[in-house]
Design a protein around this ligand. Structure first.
Ligand code: DNO
Length: 395
């Protein structure tokens, strides 16, 4: 596998010059300054590419993400213009030699956690999701219409008791953590913004959202084929519905449905063990057995489920890479086997780019304010452990 590292650009607390010491072989990046729906100009792509290559010749290998706009997800009146803009960005990325594009199709929010810095027994911190905290936000901070339909009486009562005990600062903190989502994208969002966005989904159930995803793929996959590019959808994180919103990329079956619907080498998966692995029924090795040939990018991260009030929406925290519910040794071995199969088939994309996804904040990480989930030492620990598994199996 190609050992990659996510770099958020010049504002990242990890400097691009430091990546040689981390020992990475490729960089994952995006132009977060452009809102979803806008074209990424070639000049800006080339500028980012030059920044990445300048210190030690590491390339920008994966785009994460070229974001899909809400207009496309909901098929509002701007959707057509946004399809065109997406294809234009693809043209510009292809002109710069970039081939792999990660995106997600989660309504409104990207990944969601309720605590960004949960103290661990070892002294470091990790991100955590707690359904009761989420219910407090949904029912009593956001006060979403019909939110009560999504929680039983036991959860609703417990959430009310908890809400009544919270200070204003704690409530604000919870709201900020939940809205944090994508880097940069949700800054300054208010609860009113969120209410407005939720209205756009009033008529969109899972069937409709899946169809909108398939329609999006119909618009961009043929173009990707022409350009020799690979698109790879990131799973829902966490892999269950929140705020009554539909989610359609939460399981192996979801991926199979969407990858079969638009069957093309350009339509693939970002295999994220941390997101999918939150579901008790998820089996990473089985995902690779069924859909490995369509994995264009791997996020290797581990989560550990906690005792939960609703097993269908489990609480979890971000565990060290080898210590969560995903058997990382078996998953890495299965990915290496997939690479061997591709080599035998003569595929030029035999090597799967991977990145150590997220990490706990450890040691000096605690004194830096990195993007939540993206500390230097925690991720370096993760990469070192994953690298060890790869070396052991590759001989
Ligand atoms: C979180 C990331 C996600 C991911 C997007 C891909 O840390 O894994 O934000 O980049 O969902 O579109």
């Amino acid at each position: 596998m190609q050992q990659c590292w996510r770099w958020f650009g010049p504002a990242d607390t990890v400097k691009i010059e430091q990546l040689a010491q981390v020992g990475v072989e490729g960089v994952v990046s995006a132009l977060h300054q452009f809102p979803p729906g806008e074209v990424w100009p070639l000049a800006d792509i080339l500028e980012r590419q030059a920044m990445i290559a300048a210190p030690h010749g590491i390339g920008w290998d994966v785009v994460e993400s070229l974001p899909v706009s809400e207009a496309i997800k909901t098929q509002s009146s701007d959707a057509k213009a946004h399809f065109t803009a997406y294809r234009e960005s693809m043209d510009n990325l292809a002109a710069a030699g970039l081939k792999t594009i990660c995106y997600n199709f989660m309504p409104i929010l990207d990944w969601t956690r309720t605590t960004l810095r949960k103290k661990q027994a070892h002294g470091g911190v990790a991100m955590q999701f707690n359904l009761l905290d989420f219910a407090v936000f949904d029912l009593f901070v956001l006060k979403r219409t019909n939110a009560r339909d999504d929680y039983n009486a036991e959860i609703t009562n417990a959430a009310k008791t908890q809400f009544d005990k919270m200070s204003d600062a704690e409530k604000q903190d919870l709201q900020d953590n939940i809205i944090c989502g994508l880097p940069g994208a949700n800054e300054g969002w208010t609860l009113d913004d969120l209410h407005r966005q939720l209205l756009d989904y009033a008529e969109i159930d899972a069937g409709k959202l899946r169809q909108n995803l398939i329609d999006f793929l119909g618009e961009v996959v043929p173009h990707a084929e022409k350009l020799g590019m690979r698109l790879c959808c990131h799973p829902d994180d966490p892999p269950f519905s929140l705020m009554g919103l539909p989610r359609v990329m939460s399981s192996t079956a979801d991926y199979k449905a969407v990858l079969d619907a638009v069957d093309s080498p350009a339509n693939g998966a970002t295999f994220c063990t941390g997101s999918l692995g939150v579901s008790a029924g998820f089996d990473g090795v089985e995902f690779i057995r069924q859909l490995g040939h369509k994995i264009h990018f791997a996020h290797l991260r581990n989560t550990k489920r906690l005792p939960s009030i609703d097993p269908a929406r489990p609480d979890f925290f971000e565990a060290p890479h080898l210590e969560g519910d995903t058997n990382m040794v078996a998953v890495v071995n299965a990915l290496l086997d997939e690479e061997t199969r591709r080599t035998a088939q003569g595929r030029d994309d035999w090597q799967i780019p991977m990145r150590p996804d997220h990490g706990q904040d450890l040691l000096d990480d605690l004194n830096r304010s990195s993007q939540p989930g993206y500390p230097l030492i925690g991720r370096l620990r993760g990469l070192a452990e994953l690298r060890g598994i790869m070396a052991a199996y590759s001989g």
